[in-house]
Design a protein around this ligand. Sequence first.
Ligand code: NDP
Length: 285
Amino acid sequence: MNSVTVIGLGPMGQAMAHAYLDSGYDVTVWNRTAAKADDLVARGARLAPSVEAAVTANDLVVLSLTDYDAVYAILEQAPPAAFAGRTVANLTSDTPDKARKAAAWLAERGAVQITGGVQVPPPLIGKEGAETYYSGPEDAIETHRAALEVLTRIDHLGEDPGLAALFYQIGMDMFWTGLVSYLHAQAVAEANGISAERFLPNAVKTMDFRYFLEYYAPRIAAGNHEGQVERVAMGVASMEHVLHTVEASGVDGSLPATVLDLFRRAAAEGYGEDSLTRLIEVLKR
Ligand code: NDP
């Protein structure tokens, strides 16, 4: 029988343990707050009496915790020998550096870490289209491919254990700033009597950045920042109009003011006639 250990039973870890039970796995679980295992135990999961028992129960140990401080708070409860020969699929979000250090910490104990960055919320675990960024040794991923694919599809980015965390964080960088930009625009819409339902179709069209990304990426890669279509100076003028509209609506302007400041810095550095892609140079400094 296929078997797996899941450590961490927040909303994500619970969804994962349920998905394994749905797929007929023999599931061992452990959580700091043991009561969170009750529903899983009622469905046939085994609640390990200790971290050591949880880790040694299976070759594959899935971790789903708040951050890497929680990872160490838990794993340090088991003796180093408990990890020998195990594969730890660490699906805990944190920084690339912490993911690399944890991989080294596990390697010292004879275990292999596969780092994962889950791309979907808990209700989509085990569902069509769900995906996780993975990085770490190819052979470990191949050995456990079937078990990992119970949860989501695999996007293996490379061997560096920090890579999945990096892709996760740069995705979150876009996600949070993009999502807040929608909420900000909705605040301005509401201040002008426009409901979320009315704004929705326009918001969806505006948030579709695919055209721009596909236009920019090859030019960025080639170092071509010629302002043939749009220019930094145009961005400055446009963001000034945005900021005036926001402030006239009585809405907090700190978000567009930050963008305007970036555009102005680029212009002040002599890039006014260049494409907005020049911002990358300004931001990297
Ligand atoms: P939670 O923050 O709810 O995970 C909590 C888990 O971490 C619980 O098992 C909790 O134990 C444990 N924990 C936290 N601190 C400690 C500690 N100091 N010692 C021991 N255990 C600790 O997160 P989720 O379940 O929502 O997510 C888990 C991971 O998945 C996170 O890294 C998250 O970023 C990532 N993720 C989550 C998504 C989501 O939509 N939820 C989407 C994509 C990724 P206890 O129950 O005892 O508190």
